[in-house]
Ligand binder design. Sequence first.
Ligand SMILES: Nc1ncnc2c1ncn2[C@@H]1O[C@H](COP(=O)(O)OP(=O)(O)OP(=O)(O)O)[C@@H](O)[C@H]1O
Length: 267
Amino acid sequence: MVTMLTASGLTLRLGRRTILDDAGFTARRGAVTGLIGPNGVGKSTLLRAVAGLLPHGGDVRFDGQPLPADAGSRARLLGYLPQGHPVHWPLTVRRTVALGRLPHLGPFGRAGRLDEDAVERVMAATGVAGLAARAVPTLSGGERARVMLARVLAADAPVLLADEPTAALDPGHQLRIMALLRAEAVERQRAVVVVLHDLSLAARCCDDLVLLMPDRRVIAGDAATVLTPSLLGEAYGVAFAVTRAADVPVVLPQCPTPIPDIIQSGD
Ligand SMILES: Nc1ncnc2c1ncn2[C@@H]1O[C@H](COP(=O)(O)OP(=O)(O)OP(=O)(O)O)[C@@H](O)[C@H]1O
């Protein structure tokens, strides 16, 4: 399988803090790569750096070539779904998803048959076709999350970077969206990178995992390599049980003892 996206030696400072120091990962074409790690470790920053949204040191390559500097070419190559879904514009779902086709439109911005087909395809795939005429600000958090995913999928970019795409979703939609991302990876030979906090979901739905550690190590490999009680304990500061139930992997954080005041007080 061809390696598709390679980020290496990434360094980045925000304010006076070094957020990334020699960070990197590889995302394969046809695979879903899960980016995991504790709060504040730099997952979103790494994704944004790779997307070209933050100035950084180091190297990001696509099939061995540096990413294009031109924003339009880059948007056709790499789709980025940010964390959260702040949407204030009163556009319908269909028009919002159609915005994802902008990198493909000609100088007059006229959408053609291919663009319309792409929009219909991704609305159906993300289960938002029935919401097509609704104004996006009227949607629930989970509905909006699926619309924003549809928008980024509409661009049909070979690399997809999604920051917590399942965060607002119920368990059924979480699994459906992960299945969709896998189908997008396999059937359209995309490299899909997702930030996830649900480690059981990551174990179940990702082909490769990249764990960012608080001491800036990056541990990459399959679930058996990365999701060990020892590494997870180091990363998250609580003990973990890694087991299986109903034939799927389960990664269970153990309640710390004694329970910290912050939890006992119920705040
Ligand atoms: N503009 C900024 N100036 C200074 N520090 C920042 C800035 N933006 C982010 N940070 C810090 O960078 C670190 C990494 O943030 P980032 O959002 O990448 O973490 P994360 O791993 O995605 O966290 P989470 O799981 O909580 O979403 C955090 O400590 C954050 O406070």
